[in-house]
Design a protein around this ligand. Sequence first.
Ligand SMILES: [Mn+2]
Length: 194
Amino acid sequence: MGKKKYERKTGETEVRFELDMTEAGTVVVDSGLPFFDHMLHQLFYHAGFSVRLQAKGDLHIDDHHLVEDCGIVIGAALRDQVGRLKEIYRFADGLAPLDESLSRCVIDISGRPHLIFRADFSRAEINGFSTEMTAEFFRALVNHAFITVHLENLYGANDHHKIESLFKVFAITLRRALFGLPLPKQIPSTKGVL
Ligand SMILES: [Mn+2]
Protein backbone atom coordinates (compact mmCIF):
# COMPACT_ATOMS: atom_id res chain seq x y z
CA MET A 1 0.00 0.00 0.00
CA GLY A 2 2.83 2.42 0.89
CA LYS A 3 2.71 5.01 3.61
CA LYS A 4 -0.09 7.55 3.36
CA LYS A 5 -0.04 10.88 5.19
CA TYR A 6 -2.69 12.24 7.53
CA GLU A 7 -2.69 15.54 9.34
CA ARG A 8 -4.84 17.36 11.86
CA LYS A 9 -4.13 20.87 13.08
CA THR A 10 -6.22 22.79 15.60
CA GLY A 11 -5.60 25.56 18.10
CA GLU A 12 -4.79 22.85 20.64
CA THR A 13 -2.73 20.25 18.81
CA GLU A 14 -0.93 19.36 15.62
CA VAL A 15 -0.73 15.69 14.64
CA ARG A 16 1.17 14.36 11.63
CA PHE A 17 0.72 10.68 10.92
CA GLU A 18 2.07 8.41 8.20
CA LEU A 19 0.65 4.89 8.06
CA ASP A 20 1.00 1.74 6.02
CA MET A 21 -1.27 -0.83 7.59
CA THR A 22 -0.33 -3.56 5.16
CA GLU A 23 3.38 -3.95 5.90
CA ALA A 24 5.35 -4.24 9.15
CA GLY A 25 8.20 -1.76 9.06
CA THR A 26 9.71 1.03 11.09
CA VAL A 27 7.68 2.59 13.87
CA VAL A 28 8.68 6.13 14.87
CA VAL A 29 6.54 7.91 17.45
CA ASP A 30 7.12 11.30 19.06
CA SER A 31 4.18 12.86 20.90
CA GLY A 32 6.13 14.72 23.57
CA LEU A 33 4.69 12.33 26.17
CA PRO A 34 7.18 9.47 26.71
CA PHE A 35 4.77 6.96 28.28
CA PHE A 36 2.20 7.58 25.53
CA ASP A 37 4.99 7.11 22.95
CA HIS A 38 5.79 3.78 24.61
CA MET A 39 2.12 2.69 24.35
CA LEU A 40 1.71 3.85 20.72
CA HIS A 41 4.92 2.02 19.82
CA GLN A 42 3.43 -1.18 21.29
CA LEU A 43 0.20 -0.62 19.38
CA PHE A 44 1.76 -0.05 15.96
CA TYR A 45 4.52 -2.63 16.33
CA HIS A 46 2.25 -5.46 17.44
CA ALA A 47 -0.35 -4.53 14.83
CA GLY A 48 2.40 -4.96 12.24
CA PHE A 49 2.10 -1.45 10.80
CA SER A 50 4.68 0.97 9.39
CA VAL A 51 4.24 4.30 11.12
CA ARG A 52 5.65 7.74 11.66
CA LEU A 53 3.72 9.86 14.14
CA GLN A 54 4.68 13.34 15.27
CA ALA A 55 2.42 15.28 17.58
CA LYS A 56 2.63 18.55 19.45
CA GLY A 57 0.01 19.74 21.86
CA ASP A 58 -0.94 22.05 24.67
CA LEU A 59 0.72 19.94 27.37
CA HIS A 60 0.99 23.07 29.54
CA ILE A 61 -2.77 22.56 30.12
CA ASP A 62 -2.70 18.78 30.44
CA ASP A 63 -2.42 15.69 28.25
CA HIS A 64 -6.13 15.48 27.32
CA HIS A 65 -6.18 17.24 23.93
CA LEU A 66 -2.97 15.65 22.72
CA VAL A 67 -3.93 12.06 23.57
CA GLU A 68 -7.49 12.44 22.31
CA ASP A 69 -6.41 14.07 19.04
CA CYS A 70 -3.86 11.34 18.36
CA GLY A 71 -6.73 8.86 18.79
CA ILE A 72 -8.83 10.84 16.32
CA VAL A 73 -6.12 10.91 13.65
CA ILE A 74 -5.17 7.25 14.08
CA GLY A 75 -8.85 6.22 13.93
CA ALA A 76 -9.53 8.28 10.81
CA ALA A 77 -6.43 6.83 9.13
CA LEU A 78 -7.54 3.30 9.98
CA ARG A 79 -10.96 3.96 8.51
CA ASP A 80 -9.40 5.30 5.33
CA GLN A 81 -7.03 2.35 4.88
CA VAL A 82 -9.56 -0.33 5.87
CA GLY A 83 -11.85 1.11 3.22
CA ARG A 84 -9.19 0.46 0.59
CA LEU A 85 -8.61 -3.20 1.52
CA LYS A 86 -10.23 -5.76 -0.75
CA GLU A 87 -11.02 -8.18 2.06
CA ILE A 88 -10.83 -8.31 5.84
CA TYR A 89 -11.68 -10.95 8.45
CA ARG A 90 -13.92 -8.46 10.30
CA PHE A 91 -14.32 -10.31 13.64
CA ALA A 92 -11.48 -11.16 16.02
CA ASP A 93 -10.76 -11.64 19.68
CA GLY A 94 -7.58 -11.76 21.70
CA LEU A 95 -5.94 -11.98 25.09
CA ALA A 96 -2.61 -10.47 26.08
CA PRO A 97 -0.84 -10.71 29.41
CA LEU A 98 1.95 -8.53 30.66
CA ASP A 99 3.38 -10.31 33.67
CA GLU A 100 0.56 -10.21 36.29
CA SER A 101 -1.88 -8.23 34.08
CA LEU A 102 -4.27 -9.79 31.58
CA SER A 103 -6.37 -7.89 29.05
CA ARG A 104 -8.97 -9.00 26.55
CA CYS A 105 -10.19 -7.46 23.32
CA VAL A 106 -12.98 -8.27 20.87
CA ILE A 107 -13.23 -6.32 17.61
CA ASP A 108 -15.85 -6.10 14.90
CA ILE A 109 -14.85 -3.92 11.96
CA SER A 110 -18.50 -3.11 11.64
CA GLY A 111 -18.84 0.42 10.32
CA ARG A 112 -20.48 1.26 13.65
CA PRO A 113 -18.43 2.99 16.34
CA HIS A 114 -18.89 1.53 19.79
CA LEU A 115 -16.44 1.12 22.66
CA ILE A 116 -16.87 -0.85 25.84
CA PHE A 117 -13.87 -0.13 28.05
CA ARG A 118 -13.31 -1.63 31.48
CA ALA A 119 -10.21 -1.04 33.56
CA ASP A 120 -9.46 0.25 37.02
CA PHE A 121 -6.24 2.07 37.76
CA SER A 122 -4.77 2.95 41.12
CA ARG A 123 -2.52 5.79 39.93
CA ALA A 124 -3.81 9.08 38.49
CA GLU A 125 -0.90 9.39 36.05
CA ILE A 126 2.26 7.80 34.73
CA ASN A 127 4.94 10.37 33.92
CA GLY A 128 2.43 12.97 32.70
CA PHE A 129 0.09 10.49 31.01
CA SER A 130 -3.26 10.44 32.85
CA THR A 131 -4.42 6.86 33.31
CA GLU A 132 -8.00 8.04 32.58
CA MET A 133 -6.80 9.04 29.10
CA THR A 134 -6.42 5.38 28.18
CA ALA A 135 -10.20 5.11 27.74
CA GLU A 136 -10.36 8.52 26.02
CA PHE A 137 -7.70 7.49 23.51
CA PHE A 138 -9.53 4.32 22.55
CA ARG A 139 -12.90 6.13 22.44
CA ALA A 140 -11.52 8.72 20.01
CA LEU A 141 -9.90 6.02 17.87
CA VAL A 142 -13.02 3.84 17.78
CA ASN A 143 -15.34 6.77 17.00
CA HIS A 144 -13.23 7.80 14.01
CA ALA A 145 -12.39 4.30 12.79
CA PHE A 146 -16.08 3.29 12.92
CA ILE A 147 -15.31 -0.03 14.58
CA THR A 148 -16.82 -1.89 17.55
CA VAL A 149 -14.31 -2.64 20.29
CA HIS A 150 -14.77 -4.36 23.63
CA LEU A 151 -11.56 -3.83 25.58
CA GLU A 152 -11.00 -4.75 29.20
CA ASN A 153 -8.31 -5.37 31.72
CA LEU A 154 -9.36 -8.57 33.47
CA TYR A 155 -6.89 -8.22 36.31
CA GLY A 156 -3.50 -6.87 37.23
CA ALA A 157 -1.60 -4.99 39.90
CA ASN A 158 0.73 -2.57 38.11
CA ASP A 159 -0.85 0.27 36.14
CA HIS A 160 1.98 0.42 33.58
CA HIS A 161 1.42 -3.28 32.91
CA LYS A 162 -2.37 -2.95 32.78
CA ILE A 163 -2.28 -0.12 30.23
CA GLU A 164 0.43 -1.78 28.16
CA SER A 165 -1.50 -5.06 28.03
CA LEU A 166 -4.58 -3.09 26.84
CA PHE A 167 -2.61 -1.48 24.00
CA LYS A 168 -0.98 -4.80 23.07
CA VAL A 169 -4.19 -6.81 23.03
CA PHE A 170 -5.90 -4.14 20.96
CA ALA A 171 -3.00 -4.29 18.48
CA ILE A 172 -2.96 -8.05 18.02
CA THR A 173 -6.74 -8.25 17.84
CA LEU A 174 -6.89 -5.47 15.27
CA ARG A 175 -4.32 -7.28 13.18
CA ARG A 176 -6.37 -10.48 13.34
CA ALA A 177 -9.60 -8.65 12.46
CA LEU A 178 -7.87 -7.23 9.40
CA PHE A 179 -5.56 -9.95 8.19
CA GLY A 180 -6.23 -13.15 10.16
CA LEU A 181 -3.82 -14.99 12.40
CA PRO A 182 -0.37 -14.77 10.74
CA LEU A 183 2.10 -12.77 12.76
CA PRO A 184 4.18 -10.10 11.08
CA LYS A 185 7.63 -11.14 9.90
CA GLN A 186 9.38 -9.56 12.83
CA ILE A 187 10.49 -10.38 16.36
CA PRO A 188 7.32 -10.06 18.46
CA SER A 189 8.87 -7.60 20.92
CA THR A 190 9.72 -3.91 20.66
CA LYS A 191 12.86 -4.78 22.68
CA GLY A 192 14.11 -6.68 19.60
CA VAL A 193 14.65 -9.82 21.69
CA LEU A 194 12.36 -12.22 23.56
MN1 LIG B 1 6.46 -1.10 29.36
